[in-house]
Design a binder for this molecule. Structure first.
Ligand code: PLP
Length: 311
């Protein structure tokens, strides 16, 4: 990186046509993304210098944009270029890479019509984050089944990535108050949905199961289902209830920011002698092995990083 560029080593953001150090990036307090959670986003990751399943993240982002009737001023190819440039400028080999589209501000002062807003696209690449810290993953996370139900899908579609985290945040406080690491939420009928930033899986009698409702269709979840198919492990998307968690042989969580994250306890149910179970560990190991083999990999163009592009 040339010395006339700012210090990008702690991350780079793309805001209003400029690349800036991530910690300096700012949005207007009048943007409806902030005042109304009127926003959608997606998060991909870079591992050892390559994006993982970038096309799948862009596909999901496009579906989310359409569902929210948001139109960023950049097409898919330009967005992929911006993400690549954020990572390239940062020099980060392992990164959390977000693309965000907010409703923006109304062109007509005081308008309450979403169609009057100029939608805003922002992006950033920051150093790798684990939703569940590595030492907790290593001993097996402790999950708490929250009393607060997940918001109804008919109101907030969980398959559209969103900032409506009120229920998940309440669940996290409950979990932490109970001494657990993180939470899992049920829907209002008692079916298991997901946790704050991750999908959940159980292993029962050698079969891998993940909830069929109330959850984001995670890219990591899809990767785990693909890995099960590749290695002949039976796996299914199915309705799961609280008692299924309490009778599970193993449990694990999945997310872009962490991969396959083993669980040792859910409420007072202790699994695999209070440690990550063998199926969970095998899937975790395979997930990273496949990364190293170049599975669904798109190289980051670090070579272009010395020049500040115009968008
Ligand atoms: N569920 C929620 C609520 C999330 O925010 C996330 C990711 O951030 C996930 C599930 C996991 O999805 P993915 O594997 O695509 O990261």
């Amino acid at each position: 990186m040339t010395s006339d560029l700012p210090d990008f080593s702690q991350g780079v953001a793309f805001v209003e046509g400029r690349y800036v150090p991530a910690r300096e990036a700012k949005l207007s307090i009048l943007d409806w993304g902030f005042t109304r959670s009127d926003v959608t986003y997606d998060v991909a990751h870079v591992r050892d210098g390559g994006f993982f399943r970038l096309d799948d993240h862009l596909d999901r982002f496009e579906r989310s944009l359409a569902a929210c009737r948001l139109s960023p001023p950049h097409d898919r190819g330009a967005i992929a270029g911006i993400l690549d440039r954020c990572v390239g400028l940062s020099g980060l080999r392992d990164a959390y890479v977000a693309m965000v589209c907010t409703r923006g501000r109304p062109r007509v002062f005081g308008s309450r019509r979403p169609a009057d807003c100029d939608n805003l696209f922002t992006a950033y690449a920051i150093p790798w984050i684990d939703v569940i810290p590595p030492d907790v993953q290593a001993r097996g996370a402790h999950l708490y089944v929250a009393s607060v139900p997940r918001v109804a899908p008919a109101s907030i579609d969980p398959t559209v990535k969103n900032y409506h985290w009120g229920d998940l945040t309440r669940g996290l406080f409950e979990a932490h108050d109970a001494g657990a690491d993180t939470a899992v939420l049920l829907d209002s009928e008692g079916f298991v949905t997901e946790g704050p930033g991750f999908n959940v899986f159980i292993v029962r009698n050698g079969e891998v199961l993940t909830p069929d409702r109330g959850a984001l269709e995670g890219i990591t979840r899809r990767s785990v289902l693909d890995l099960c198919a590749l290695t002949g492990v039976p796996a299914r998307i199915a309705p799961l209830r609280h008692e299924d968690l309490l009778q599970a042989d193993e449990m694990f969580c999945t997310t872009t920011a962490g991969g396959v994250m083993p669980v040792a306890r859910v409420d007072s149910h202790i699994m695999s002698n209070d440690a990550p179970g063998p199926v969970s560990l095998r899937l975790k190991q395979l997930y990273w092995q496949k990364h190293a083999e170049g599975w669904h990999r798109t190289e980051v163009n670090y070579a272009a990083a010395g020049t500040m592009p115009a968008v």
